[in-house]
Design a protein around this ligand. Structure first.
Ligand SMILES: NC(=O)c1ccc[n+]([C@@H]2O[C@H](COP(=O)([O-])OP(=O)(O)OC[C@H]3O[C@@H](n4cnc5c(N)ncnc54)[C@H](OP(=O)(O)O)[C@@H]3O)[C@@H](O)[C@H]2O)c1
Length: 315
């Protein structure tokens, strides 16, 4: 495993994403599988566990606390606040006001069975609350010992650069993958100009880049992939071409497609850690190993070519 430093904490470059184990967004999950996956992550050297209060409406945080057990004070638990659930309309809304932050923080500390959250993140902008107000409140929480460090997720680091620097945020979370480079410039800016640790999600494109899905794959229930058009629309055929290339490289190298993708992503200079949403211990073990894989020149060239092709399509 490789590690980066985030506010003095030793953070693994492959992190465990805890959205799926919330039991809502990635189809049915068995808590027993989730607990085994968390143990496997600890045994594999993973030290960053990313969750949010909204994942399974607290279930993800609770199952993470259970799975980590006494280990939970030895790893970096990162959670998020700011996406809320409205019971009446059965839909989400955003709220990052300082007063709500305090309520959410109290709940997450309880769910996670922690006295201090190592990395507390603002999940999404609410487009009302000034970022300075939120970050100043987070700084007070840090002074009070309730959080060790704080970060942002889904914010534009260029737009908010001065506020981020002034208030000493530690990290930023944005999506990036082989087939989706839309946030690349933002990540480069965040890493090189603001010195933020970049934590990347959507690396496996919701599992499609793991190579096990086809054009015919069907998802059901609350699985977010029922609403995911990134692979099914006619103009996205290049995404399937990318999957085919990844699968071929995996066959040639004896790796899994997910390992090829994770390893390639970790080579990108603006990538700090990748947050991979695993559901089973086998997935976690395979993902963790990817941090130590060096793809050969031919594989990197083939993947670079497909990225260039996709970029040309997008411009
Ligand atoms: N900040 C934000 O707004 C935000 C948004 C989304 C996610 N995230 C974070 O990022 C994490 C990852 O979520 P994501 O949306 O980016 O998903 P992802 O990591 O691109 O894909 C996750 C899915 O890929 C499949 N998978 C994982 N490892 C695999 C392996 N080794 N082999 C085969 N399949 C594998 C699993 O689903 P199946 O087995 O069902 O295929 C898993 O649910 C989340 O848990 C969360 O912590 C943050």
């Amino acid at each position: 495993m490789q590690y980066i430093d985030v506010a003095g904490m030793r953070v693994s470059r492959v992190a465990f994403g805890c959205s799926a184990i919330g039991g809502h967004d990635y189809g049915k999950v068995d808590d027993a599988d989730s607990l085994r996956a968390i143990s496997a992550a600890c045994a594999s050297g993973i030290t960053l566990f990313d969750t949010a209060d909204i994942y399974g409406l607290g279930h993800s945080e609770q199952i993470l606390a259970k799975g980590l057990g006494g280990y939970r004070n030895k790893v970096v638990v990162a959670t998020k606040f700011g996406v809320c659930w409205d019971k009446i309309s059965r839909s989400t809304y955003k709220d990052i006001r300082p007063v709500y932050l305090r309520t959410a923080l109290k709940k997450s500390l309880k769910n996670l069975k922690l006295d201090c959250i190592p990395l507390y993140q603002v999940h999404w902008p609410d487009n009302i609350t000034p970022l300075d107000d939120v970050l100043e409140e987070l700084d007070k929480c840090r002074t009070a010992g309730l959080v060790r460090a704080f970060g942002l997720s889904n914010f534009n680091p260029i737009e908010h650069g001065p506020s981020i620097s002034r208030n000493k945020a530690a990290s930023i979370q944005l999506p990036y993958s082989l087939i989706d480079g839309a946030k690349r410039e933002l990540l480069e800016y965040a890493a090189s100009k603001l010195g933020l640790a970049t934590l990347i999600y959507n690396v496996l494109a919701h599992g499609y880049l793991s190579g096990k899905y086809t054009r015919e794959s069907v998802f059901s229930g609350t699985d977010l992939r029922t609403r995911d058009n990134s692979f099914v629309k006619g103009d996205k055929v290049l995404n399937w071409r990318a999957v085919d290339i990844v699968k071929q490289i995996a066959l040639d190298t004896g790796l899994t497609p997910a390992q090829v993708v994770i390893s390639w992503t970790l080579r990108q200079p603006f990538v700090g850690s990748v947050i991979i949403g695993a559901k089973t211990e086998v997935q976690v073990q395979q993902n963790a190993i990817a941090a130590d894989i060096n793809l050969d020149r031919a594989a990197c060239q083939a993947l670079g070519d497909v990225v260039a092709l996709l970029r040309r399509q997008d411009t």
